[in-house]
Write a protein that binds this ligand. Structure first.
Ligand SMILES: Nc1nc2c(c(=O)[nH]1)N[C@H]1C(S)=C(S)[C@@H](COP(=O)(O)OP(=O)(O)OC[C@H]3O[C@@H](n4cnc5c(=O)[nH]c(N)nc54)[C@H](O)[C@@H]3O)O[C@H]1N2
Ligand SMILES: Nc1nc2c(c(=O)[nH]1)N[C@H]1C(S)=C(S)[C@@H](COP(=O)(O)OP(=O)(O)OC[C@H]3O[C@@H](n4cnc5c(=O)[nH]c(N)nc54)[C@H](O)[C@@H]3O)O[C@H]1N2
Ligand SMILES: [Mo]
Length: 788
């Protein structure tokens, strides 16, 4: 492994760095030339496949090269020529593999055979599909109560798989359908319906093009949704304002060179992305937006007294909104000193942002995990909507709200039934279509599933993708609790830690990836997804499957259903697998408003958009209007912020993704944009905090969570790395730091783990001079993060 080094990154995002990084991974995964040609089919609807990386919208018509650095890595990762087959599992005990890093596990390549854990030899052994389904079916049938089983779903599978999986769970008798969005944009799913009556973004790519202002909160475009940099570059060329709020300076939001544009690659030009960049404190967003609103009221007062056009869109507010007066009063009462302290920004900065906002006629508010993963994540999002409503930036061209989703079909899977909430189930339609009574009790979300596993109530866990054990909070409590599960079934493409923490009966079921040809009785199948802008399209895999034993995800769901459920005369699972078009017909019957004529419309150029009232200024809320909602406090984390603790040695830790990972999949140990190389075992700190806490650069510390629930949570050794981050804040990597995150420390209203605000204290382990390179301790929470 390369030695760890920190060197500030002075180049733009994209550019040659991106091109090299893609070339490296293609070589490393031994992707043959024919495989590299795969990239030409990426994000080409109908003839090609949807990228398995992020959920950002794909333009129509597609660009000739329609992928980004991370999308190319994700494709290479799925189409690697490496195989993790029977010989691998014969050679390695599970106990041994538990000491491997996330990187090393996934590096073994694609899983090829169904596997059952054998406790006597501590190895996974190859079984036949028939044996696997028979035993899983009888284990499911033997559960004392369907609510003892969890059907988790990560956000990658198609709409067809998601619909079938949700149906399987409900026919089995439970709404226990937590998914990755419970750790991600669930705050959005709670916030937006109350504010504007829809659960998702109100904007399309067309709006992105028309907007003259983009206001970014806590979303790291260059790493997390790099294809969007094209839209941002375009917006800048048209003179749009791009105003960013982020505790750290993320390179993708500063400068960009399009790696697919020869002109840009050969000249020193790069596009400056953000016109204003505000490094606010972690959790400072409610206060920062309140400050902008306060400044906006002042601008409006001045305009009114001088007889100039109003700054507030008073006509929109009067006709379309509710709650304006109390909101105005609340904002006017805040004093600037409090706002400044809470936001970690000066009054002048907030006024400058408000002035830019007032100049723009069509504004989109964009956000990511920097807003959703806080105690007041829901309230923070509602505050952003308030800001947009003040100038009528909702339901008109070029304006609206844009939660930037993560997994490539995470938004879609919720649309077709992956939800633990009974109220969101189309009960009447399911009853009519399949003649069964859907369970009426709410199921568990991700946090509740963790609590159920720790508490022992949950006995069985089926995972459609993902790496639950590694992605959730309190990983050190989850792992021992997981071992008490009766049944653990992981449907996966690659080996990860969730496979190694076994229950009494544990299976790994390997499946096709989305880039692969899916051959069934009626021929090669299409699959469908919904992106961040609510656009639904058809795709199909083009690569030869990684192995002859793999089943598609719909086929696995169908076989599980046949093994676990009594036959239903109204549902022929095999016929569905033979022709996914029949699954789509069923989806259209369950959700006609969105999916009518699904099989036809999915082939339309550019796909089709789901209808969203708010983008037509129809408000499906209790008041029938768009609602101004007052923030309960100015702090996103009132109970844990350093200010709240009054303890000067407590820092707020945010857990971040690097440019070289996709969630728990670690592609490498470099975070190029942040200048970190060769390791993930770092803690990024403000220089003043390093001095104030008696630490030095390169010291190795242990981070300890500061909460008083009697549980000791620590991760280390981490290398102290000075970074441009506000005082009182620090940053480390997800998932290595997840052992620090208490399972109960979540957004109060959505239960999204508050992964961006963990109160920590740092304890020096080894001074830099004495440290050398400290190897990671195997088995520790942060193990596999690279040398500390
Ligand atoms: N390369 C890559 N792409 C990905 C993923 C990946 O792991 N790697 N994951 C995918 C998934 S599932 C998701 S959900 C998305 C996640 O993508 P993002 O939403 O971008 O999530 P993060 O990278 O976790 O953090 C986002 C940003 O929030 C900032 N931030 C932290 N706290 C605060 C705060 O209090 N206020 C503000 N204003 N900003 C804050 C951080 O500095 C960081 O820049 O990306 C998807 N795409
Ligand atoms: N501390 C902290 N924790 C976090 C976050 C954070 O920012 N900080 N972010 C949260 C967020 S936003 C999310 S979305 C979750 C992510 O949580 P998950 O979605 O559960 O995790 P992933 O790492 O995306 O899952 C990777 C695994 O998915 C499997 N896989 C990949 N492709 C496929 C496929 O096509 N089919 C199937 N069946 N399996 C496949 C592979 O085996 C791979 O090992 O983590 C959350 N946890
Ligand atoms: Mo996510």
């Amino acid at each position: 492994m390369a030695r760890m080094k920190f060197k500030p990154y002075r180049s733009p995002s994209g550019g040659w760095g991106s091109a090299y990084s893609v070339a490296n991974i293609l070589l490393r995964e031994k992707i043959p030339l024919s495989g590299a040609a795969l990239l030409l089919k990426q994000n080409k609807p109908i003839e090609g496949f949807a990228c398995v990386s992020c959920a950002w919208a794909k333009p129509h018509p597609p660009r000739p090269l329609s992928f980004c650095e991370n999308g190319a890595k994700a494709t290479a990762w799925e189409n690697t020529s490496r195989r993790c087959g029977p010989e691998f599992f014969a050679a390695h005990r599970v106990g041994e593999l538990l000491n491997w890093s996330d990187f090393d596990l996934e590096q073994q390549g694609r899983l090829t055979h169904p596997l059952r854990y054998d406790a006597a030899s501590d190895r996974y052994r190859v079984v036949s599909w028939d044996e696997a389904f028979a035993e899983i079916g009888s284990e499911l049938a033997a559960m004392p109560d369907p609510d003892r089983v969890v059907f988790y779903m990560s956000g990658r599978a198609s709409l067809e798989t998601a619909y079938m999986y949700a149906l399987l769970a409900r026919m089995y008798g439970t709404n226990n359908l937590p998914d990755s969005s419970n750790m991600c944009h669930e705050s959005t799913s709670i916030a937006l319906p109350e504010s504007i009556g829809v659960p998702v973004a109100t904007v399309t790519l067309n709006d992105m093009e028309r907007a003259d202002g983009l206001f970014f909160f806590g979303q790291n475009t260059g790493t997390s949704s790099p294809r969007m940099l094209h839209e941002l570059q375009h917006a800048r060329e048209h003179g749009a304002e791009i105003v960013t709020f982020n505790p750290i300076r993320e390179r993708g939001l500063e400068r960009f060179v399009d790696p697919q544009s020869p002109r840009q690659m050969l000249t020193p030009e790069s596009t400056m992305i953000s016109t204003q960049y505000h490094q606010l404190a972690i959790g400072g967003d409610i206060a920062a937006i309140a400050g902008m609103c306060k400044a906006l009221f002042a601008l409006d007062d001045a305009a009114l007294s001088e007889g100039r056009p109003r700054v507030l869109d008073v006509a929109f507010i009067a006709e379309h909104t509710h709650g304006f007066e109390t909101f105005e009063q609340c904002i006017r009462e805040y004093d600037w000193a409090t706002l400044e302290r809470r936001a970690g920004l000066s009054r002048a900065a907030m006024e400058a942002a408000a002035t830019a906002y007032a100049r723009c006629q069509r504004v989109i508010g964009l956000y990511g995990m920097g807003l959703t993963q806080h105690r007041h994540g829901v309230e923070t999002i509602q505050m952003l909507v308030n800001l947009l409503l003040l100038r009528g930036n909702m339901g008109k061209e070029g304006a609206g709200i844009l939660p930037v989703r993560g997994h490539s079909n995470v938004q879609g899977q919720r649309t077709v039934g992956i939800t633990e909430k009974y109220a969101q189930v189309p009960v009447d339609n399911l009853r009519r279509q399949f003649g069964f009574e859907p369970p009426s009790k709410d199921g568990v979300n991700t946090v509740e599933a963790c609590e159920g596993i720790i508490g022992g109530h949950i006995r069985g866990f089926i995972a459609m993708g993902g790496n639950f054990v590694r992605a959730v909070p309190d990983t050190l409590q989850i792992e021992p609790a997981w071992r008490r599960l009766r049944l653990s079934v992981q449907i996966s493409t690659k080996l990860n830690r969730s496979h190694l923490v076994t229950g009494e009966v544990s299976y790994i079921l390997p499946c096709l990836g989305r880039t692969e040809i899916d051959r069934q009785a009626s021929g090669e199948q299409y699959n469908t997804t919904e992106d961040s802008t609510g656009c639904i399209r058809a795709w199909r895999g083009v690569a030869e499957p990684a192995g002859g034993h793999l089943l598609s995800e719909p086929a696995i769901v169908a076989r599980l259903a046949r093994a676990a459920l009594a036959p239903d005369p109204k549902l022929d699972w095999d016929a569905w697998v033979g022709d996914y078009g029949r699954v789509r017909d069923a989806i259209a019957e369950s959700y006609p408003e969105i999916f009518h004529d699904f099989n036809v419309r999915m082939m339309e150029p550019g796909g089709f958009h789901r209808p969203l009232g708010a983008s037509q200024r129809r408000w499906d809320t209790e008041t029938g209007k768009a609602n101004f909602i007052n923030p309960p406090t100015l702090a996103a984390n009132p109970d844990t912020e350093a200010g709240g603790h009054e303890q000067h040695d407590v820092l707020q830790l945010m857990t971040l993704r690097s440019n070289d990972q996709f969630n728990t999949t670690v592609y490498g140990y470099d975070d190029r944009f942040r200048g970190i190389h060769g390791t993930r075992a770092v803690i990024l700190m403000n220089r003043n905090d390093i001095v104030r806490l008696g630490l030095g650069e390169d010291d190795r510390i242990e981070a300890i969570t500061v909460v008083d629930d009697g549980v000791h949570r620590a991760v280390g050794p981490l290398r102290v790395t000075p970074y441009d981050i506000p005082e009182g804040c620090c940053a480390g990597y997800y998932p290595e730091c997840n052992a620090l995150l208490p399972v109960w420390h979540h957004a109060k209203r959505s239960k999204v783990p508050a992964a961006k605000s963990i109160p920590v204290r740092l304890r020096k382990l080894i001074a830099a001079a004495a440290a050398g390179e400290v190897p990671r301790q195997p088995g520790r929470a942060g193990a596999g993060a690279g040398p500390a």
